[in-house]
Design a binder for this molecule. Structure first.
Ligand SMILES: [Zn+2]
Length: 254
């Protein structure tokens, strides 16, 4: 079992690196699958030895080998995060079968990509959320087909709620956030409720911190909301069902 967890962590590391490539290319309108990666600054092709997840970034101390341009810290952080997330998903959902683990890992992979695209360009691309929605439905059909109606309902409510917020407050939230909430509902079912609450709470805390540090000027700072939704998604994945049960027990139980 520890060997399997390690293998899944390595898969997470590799897919974390792939998430970085997909995010980097999609926001530039490139195909995520074409050719070798290049440095943004000097255009040099990145050699295989400089493309090893995590290790290359550490050895190069976060700089391009050719021109010395900085490689953002978010890339190795996402690689490490996905490695840890995949191992945690295996340990948490392994008893439920391979499809359960695949569903959780696919969700984490999607959250990794949209976190990167939203941080870099403030977009949550359709070419990511579209296939993510299809994958969520397909994997749920394999893992737990009886859950499908509940997942679709959760997706409609979550996506609809954020769509309403984005229409009322377009500067704070975009259509991309609403589409991400829809996908989160597909992956999480009822656990999307605590996920959204955590996302909103974290986003509000961050906003308060900015106002404390930068005063009224903070209002003009546009903060991408996707990473907060992604954080909520991680909490929803690993603790959401327990949080919903606790809530129902506390307020409606005996
Ligand atoms: Zn370079």
């Amino acid at each position: 079992m520890p060997i399997v967890a390690l293998a899944i962590a390595l898969l997470g590391l590799a897919l974390g690196s792939f998430a970085g490539v997909v995010a980097h290319r999609v926001v530039r309108g490139e195909s995520p699958l074409g050719g070798r990666s290049r440095c943004d600054s000097c255009g040099a092709e990145i050699a295989a030895r400089d493309n090893v997840p995590l290790a290359s970034w550490l050895l190069l101390r976060g700089h391009c080998r050719s021109c010395g341009a900085a490689i953002p810290l978010r890339y190795p952080l996402v690689e490490a995060g996905l490695a840890a997330g995949f191992a945690a998903a295996y340990l948490a959902f392994g008893d439920g079968g391979a499809a359960e683990v695949a569903l959780a890992c696919a969700f984490l992979f999607v959250l990794a990509i949209v976190t990167l695209t939203d941080l870099e360009r403030r977009i949550i691309p359709n070419v990511v959320v579209g296939p993510a929605a299809v994958a969520a439905v397909a994997l749920t059909a394999l893992a737990d087909p009886g859950e499908l109606p509940a997942r679709l309902l959760a997706a409609a409510i979550a996506g609809g709620a954020l769509l309403a917020v984005s229409l009322a407050y377009p500067r704070g939230m975009g259509m991309g956030d609403a589409k991400l909430a829809f996908v989160m509902g597909l992956f999480l079912g009822r656990a999307v409720a605590p996920a959204l609450l955590v996302g909103f709470a974290a986003g509000a805390l961050w906003g308060l911190m900015l106002i404390t540090r930068h005063g009224a000027g903070a209002r003009k700072r546009a903060v991408p909301f996707g990473p907060f939704l992604a954080l909520g998604g991680v909490v929803g994945l690993f603790a959401g069902d327990r949080l919903v049960d606790w809530y129902l027990d506390s307020f409606f139980g005996g």
